[in-house]
Design a protein around this ligand. Structure first.
Ligand code: ZN
Length: 95
């Protein structure tokens, strides 16, 4: 099972999402989180949502790296409407 970080906006309604570490299972995250990310190894993170989202819903989001708080960079397309973009942290990758 991959590690789950729930995402919440820094300020209500803004698009900058701050990750918080959890001990949630995938099933539980889907019931309590609007958006969350899973740790995919090699400084990559997959964005997930509890309700179906379109690409246009998640593209405006800026997601902070759980480790270093720099912005994650989208590197791969959504798998389906709830398993969304794949991101990587270029800063963690570099060091
Ligand atoms: Zn990072």
């Amino acid at each position: 099972m991959s590690y789950i970080y729930k995402l919440a906006p820094y300020i209500k309604g803004c698009d900058i999402m701050r990750p918080t570490s959890t001990d949630y299972s995938d099933e539980y995250a889907q019931t309590v989180c609007d958006y969350y990310i899973t740790d995919e190894m090699n400084h990559k993170y997959r964005l997930h949502s509890s309700k179906p989202k379109r690409l246009a819903d998640c593209l405006p989001l800026t997601i902070k790296c759980p480790k270093c708080t720099s912005n994650l960079t989208p590197i791969d397309a959504p798998i389906n409407s709830t398993d969304l973009l794949l991101y990587e942290c270029r800063r963690c990758k570099k060091y």
